[in-house]
Design a protein around this ligand. Structure first.
Ligand code: NAP
Length: 252
């Protein structure tokens, strides 16, 4: 559900838009009236999501590696050229896992997780903020996606926990620096959400976490999308630098 029209005609860029949470965010923002630039490393996945959104003709799909500075610069320029304005809303959902226990974690898997989750979030936030400031655009809302794992750690996820903790620090700093331009920056911290990413986690492990969730179930992508839509909308206009846990109460 949602408040129809809360994001009427707002342009939103969603990275990782071809994924579980990103796809739900695209659908939710579109239902609330936004025009959505769906970006993903897999351009075909982005196109498939864009074609299924409400008012399908208003949206567009883009392929880009969020961890490449030139690719992100092209992405934001292409979005601006296509829609005639920079995105006033950006939800940075692109992310990867490369799980291994610390004693076996390779340098390559550490670097890759930091590259996509942390550097990618930095590059996208910076490019969107630059475009908004250069356009003299009034305000904006950047929503980053951290993880509750960045706060509490998790077996086999030293790289991911470090990256997601970094996303929170990045977001709070961007919030401080960009407030004078009217750009708000907030992080959502999901717990365990049923998506292709968690499909790689052994079912026994997922069940163990599900059993610990006070609200009694794993998260659904829509649970996270609801909060992203709120943080994107003017209903959160006095919230910046916040991290909002979407965990069903896990690890509170
Ligand atoms: P997902 O379904 O795997 O979606 C992640 C998306 O990011 C994929 O579509 C992937 O597309 C894209 N991506 C990966 N690397 C990219 C790159 N370099 N450039 C552009 N796009 C890239 O996973 P999800 O669960 O929806 O995760 C979305 C976000 O939520 C991630 O940041 C994740 O860390 C975070 N999160 C998830 C959970 C959870 O339980 N699911 C919990 C906490 C936080 P391609 O691989 O096709 O490029």
């Amino acid at each position: 559900m949602g408040s129809a029209g809360r994001l009427s005609a707002v342009l939103a860029l969603v990275t990782g838009g071809g994924g579980g949470i990103g796809g739900a965010v695209c659908a939710r923002l579109a239902r609330e009236g936004a025009r959505v630039a769906v970006a993903d490393g897999d351009a075909a996945a982005a196109a498939a999501v864009a074609s299924r959104l409400a008012r399908a003709g208003e949206h567009a799909a883009f392929g880009a590696d969020v961890a490449s500075a030139p690719a992100v610069a092209h992405l934001v320029a292409d979005v601006q050229a296509h829609f005639g304005a920079p995105p006033a809303v950006c939800v940075a959902c692109a992310g990867v896992t490369r799980d291994a226990f610390l004693l076996r974690l390779s340098e390559g898997d550490f670097d890759e997780v930091l590259r996509v989750n942390l550097k990618g979030t930095f590059l996208v936030t910076q490019a969107v903020a630059r475009a908004l400031v250069e356009a003299g655009a009034p305000g904006g809302s950047v929503v980053t996606v951290g993880s509750v794992v960045g706060k509490v750690g998790n077996l086999g996820q030293a790289n991911y926990a470090a990256a997601k903790a970094g996303v929170e620090g990045l977001t709070r700093t961007c919030a401080k620096e960009l407030a004078r331009f009217g750009i708000r920056c907030n992080a959502v911290l999901p717990g365990f959400v049923a998506t292709p990413m968690t499909a790689k986690v052994p079912p026994k492990v997922l069940q163990k976490f599900a059993d610990q969730v006070p609200l009694g179930r794993l998260g659904e992508p829509q649970d996270v999308a609801d909060v992203c839509a709120f943080l994107a909308s003017p209903e959160s206009s006095y919230i910046t630098g916040a991290s909002v846990e979407v965990t069903g109460g896990l690890f509170m």
